[in-house]
Write a protein that binds this ligand. Structure first.
Ligand SMILES: *Cc1c(COP(=O)(O)O)cnc(C)c1O
Length: 391
């Protein structure tokens, strides 16, 4: 059996894969088993922040691998402590809980919010309000948080206690809060899976103000938007707010599984011994990778991310076959005249890997993609969008 046959025979059919097998890569270039090269604008879905096989990142990971690859959380390890310190120093948050994925980071955020509200106001204050069209993960609880009905249908009953409100509708949020004791509001500053849609500054600030007045916790899901992706270290920093809890994962480890819930001063001591845990959480190799990623996301680097973003917005703004460009930083959505799937397939044929989000083409290049590589890829996408639709 070749790899495709083996995969079809033995891997659960939860992913509709493209007919491409990637065998190696360097930076933003990946190579398939036929030797064909592609410019990768997906980065493993915003995971490989510095591309494939970045030397500095690899060195940090290998150095830790040669020390110790895992210890349980019954013992201290240095990368975990240093990473928590770095995250707090860069965000003003107070404590960090480490896990392995975005869904788990949100689980921690939700558990923390429930316990904070219950400790302080009693057990009936458990509702968490999220936005329609949001995406927060695949576990039964984070599916309940996800504000898209089609994810819910097959898995009833989901965890109770979640309500969904339309983004940008402040009055609806206020009404919902008046209807039930509310523990937290959870938002993505840029809805990723939902179609790369940034929230307005006015709305996010209004949400933050309401939450503050009523001692409702504000959770910002930065699983996709975090770790430099939007041109700030975390997307909330564009909005002039300070969340109570930030969840993150994807790009944090630079390609190794690592999630984190950052806890602000209201909630830093809500979880006590035994209240939460994760066997792999804070794994020293993953944390060493994350330390390498985070230590390089300084202001000069983020400025380059913003410049590359501006270049993409300029390039696609009036491009033939492109109806709209949305997003923030290097998280870009293109509403194309042709169906997004068709654009993706044509780009792949011409050596560029993109993603979709709802009806949009989604671009999530490595943050350090060289400008000339980005231009080369953008030219190909532009040409594909401009071509007459195939019949
Ligand atoms: C990807 C994503 C998640 C889920 O992360 P996993 O690591 O797949 O569990 C949650 N929230 C947002 C905003 C995401 O983009």
């Amino acid at each position: 059996m070749n790899v495709k046959e083996m995969d079809a025979a033995y891997v659960a059919h939860t992913y509709k894969r493209f007919p491409v097998q990637i065998v190696s890569g360097q930076g933003s270039i990946v190579k398939d088993d036929q030797g064909k090269e592609y410019i990768d604008l997906g980065s493993g879905i915003a995971v490989t922040s510095f591309g494939i096989g970045d030397e500095q990142w690899k060195q940090a990971v290998m150095d830790q691998m040669n020390q110790v690859q895992h210890m349980s959380n019954l013992y201290y390890t240095e990368p975990c402590a240093r990473l928590a310190q770095m995250l707090c120093q860069k965000t003003g948050m107070k404590k960090v809980f480490f896990c392995n994925s975005g869904a788990e980071a949100n689980e921690c955020a939700i558990k923390t919010a429930r316990k904070y509200a219950s400790d302080k106001y009693g057990p009936e204050r458990y509702t968490i309000i999220t936005l329609k069209n949001s995406f927060h993960g695949r576990t039964i609880t984070t599916l309940a948080a996800t504000g898209q009905e089609h994810y819910h249908e097959l898995f009833q009953p989901l965890t109770p206690g979640f309500q969904h409100t339309a983004a940008e509708d402040v009055q609806e949020l206020k009404d919902l809060i008046d209807q039930q004791p509310t523990a937290a509001v959870m938002i993505e500053c840029v809805q990723g899976e939902g179609g790369v849609i940034p929230l307005s500054k006015a709305y996010v600030q209004a949400v933050a103000k309401i939450c503050k007045e009523k001692d409702i916790l504000l959770i910002v899901d930065e699983v996709q938007t975090g770790n430099g992706r939007t041109g700030q270290l975390y997307a909330y920093m564009h909005y002039g707010i300070q969340p109570d809890i930030v969840s993150t994962a994807k790009g944090l480890g630079g390609g190794l599984p690592l999630g984190a819930a950052l806890l602000g001063d209201k909630v830093e001591n809500v979880l006590g011994f035994g209240d939460h845990g994760s066997t792999f959480g804070g794994n020293p190799v993953c944390c060493a990778g994350a330390l390498s990623v985070l230590s390089r996301l300084d202001e000069a680097f983020l400025q380059e991310v913003r410049e590359k973003s501006a270049y993409l917005f300029d390039t696609f703004k009036d491009a033939p076959g492109v109806e709209a460009v949305t997003g923030l930083g290097l998280m870009i959505g293109l509403k194309t005249k042709k169906p997004a799937g068709q654009v993706l397939a044509a780009c792949m044929e011409k050596g560029v890997l993109c993603l979709t989000a709802k009806d949009k083409v989604r671009l999530l290049p490595a943050l350090n993609i060289p400008m000339d590589t980005l231009k080369q890829a953008a030219d190909i996408i532009k040409a594909v969008c401009a071509e007459e639709e195939r019949t």
